[in-house]
Write a protein that binds this ligand. Structure first.
Ligand code: PLP
Length: 391
């Protein structure tokens, strides 16, 4: 006998995630719909992925057309789309670099770590990252992630990672020795609670890397492509990294990651040093090409900056909201009272429409709305939060 089907809950899935509170079957723009047709305003975007909103016509059409044309060729052969997307990303990053395509954020950071080791040479393999950071779930990127409580159950982790206090250049200097190849940082620690790096910190890290001949790798997986109100989070500090990793928003939901490096650094990789079966294949890159075209046409950094200003001001004026932190449309809201998890649940369960956000810490909600969110949707979301917090 087959068991009755409960959407989203399955005995056949590993229990790596808590049972989902709701199952979504459809999305359009800033809205998601459950099997009963109830709408939810999506202010999380699959954790900063669907920046252009759900079912964006240009991305949907590009993916459908590409599926009818050519889904996949291996990297033993060329395709026409990957190089075009790489040129666009390189231009947005200021030029002078090369790109490796992969399928996720963790893979983009794995590429960056391997590249740093190859570039630095034997004996210089250590990557220094910050406490509170998040860089992925593979064994190496888990070790780069500065959250020791996540490490313990998976020891031993790959050697060559070291953590320093966030926002403390002196601690970074103390951690450096001749085995260090690179420093890896997020411009805003996303999973760590939406904590922006100060311009002074990033500038100091850039100077230290220059003085010591280290690579500065900036993880823009959550912050990149307009979310913070600039194309890239590091731009707020006026610095230029040597390596930048991207994923999440790049395919507007199609899995794709990218590791960009200054050309002289990238050239440390020779044929055979790194690879991926699916990385850079036509289906994923067609989604990225369409996504980037819309992002440029809509000037998403400017949109996110303006919408972020409106959202932040409205949140700051809401009773029950303490500190609002973050940049552009990547914000966290400290609750004066109550548990963030309980509030996210109430926001979801609200009728006639729910609001999707997540509890980024026990006391803070994370908001990462679509970059094309309308003023009216911003106002609706804040009204929903006000209703849940203040009755
Ligand atoms: N780096 C940052 C800053 C992230 O926020 C994430 C995911 O949340 C990752 C890396 C890992 O990306 P993925 O889950 O695609 O492997």
């Amino acid at each position: 006998m087959t068991e009755p089907f409960t959407p989203g809950i399955s005995p056949h899935l590993m229990t790596t995630y808590a049972p989902p509170p709701v199952t979504f079957v459809r999305g359009e723009g800033s809205w998601l719909y459950d099997p009963e047709g109830k709408p939810y305003l999506d202010f999380l975007c699959g954790l900063a992925v669907t920046g252009l909103g759900h079912a964006h016509p240009a991305v949907a059409e590009a993916v459908a057309a590409q599926a009818r044309t050519l889904l996949h060729v291996s990297n033993l052969f060329g395709n026409e789309i990957g190089p075009e997307v790489a040129a666009t990303i390189d231009r947005l990053l200021g030029g002078g670099g090369r790109i490796f395509f992969c399928n996720s954020g963790a893979e983009a950071n794995e590429c960056a770590v391997k590249l740093a080791r190859k570039w630095a040479g034997p004996g210089r393999h250590v990557v220094v990252s910050a406490y509170g950071s998040f860089h992925g779930r593979t064994l190496a990127t888990l070790h780069a992630t500065g959250q020791p409580e996540k490490h313990e159950m998976f020891q031993p982790l790959p050697e060559g990672f070291r953590h320093v206090a966030w926002e403390d250049p002196a601690d970074l200097e103390r951690a450096l020795d001749p085995t260090v190849a690179a420093v890896l940082l997020e411009p805003v620690q996303g999973e760590g609670g939406v904590n922006p790096a100060s311009a002074a910190y990033l500038t100091a890290v850039r100077r230290i890397c220059d003085e010591r001949g280290l690579l500065l790798i900036v993880d823009e997986i959550q912050t990149g492509l307009g979310r913070t109100g600039r194309w890239f989070g590091f731009e707020h500090a006026g610095i230029r990294p040597d390596v930048v990793t991207l994923a999440k928003a790049l395919g507007n939901g199609m899995p794709i990651g990218a590791c960009w490096a200054r050309a002289d650094v990238a050239d440390a990789f020779k044929p055979g040093d790194h690879g991926s079966t699916f990385g850079g294949q036509p289906l994923a890159t067609s989604a990225a090409r369409a996504t980037l075209r819309v992002m440029e046409a809509e000037d998403v950094p400017a949109r996110a900056e303006a919408a972020g200003r409106r959202l932040r001001a409205a949140l700051e004026a809401t009773k029950g909201v303490g500190q609002v932190r973050g940049l552009g449309l990547l914000l966290a809201v400290e609750l004066i009272e109550g548990e963030a998890k309980a509030v996210t649940r109430q926001l979801l369960e609200r009728r006639p429409a729910g609001l999707v956000v997540n509890a980024v810490t026990p006391t803070a909600l994370r908001l990462a709305p679509p970059l094309l969110v309308s003023d009216d949707e911003v106002d609706q979301a804040v009204a929903m939060l006000d209703e849940v917090l203040n009755g």
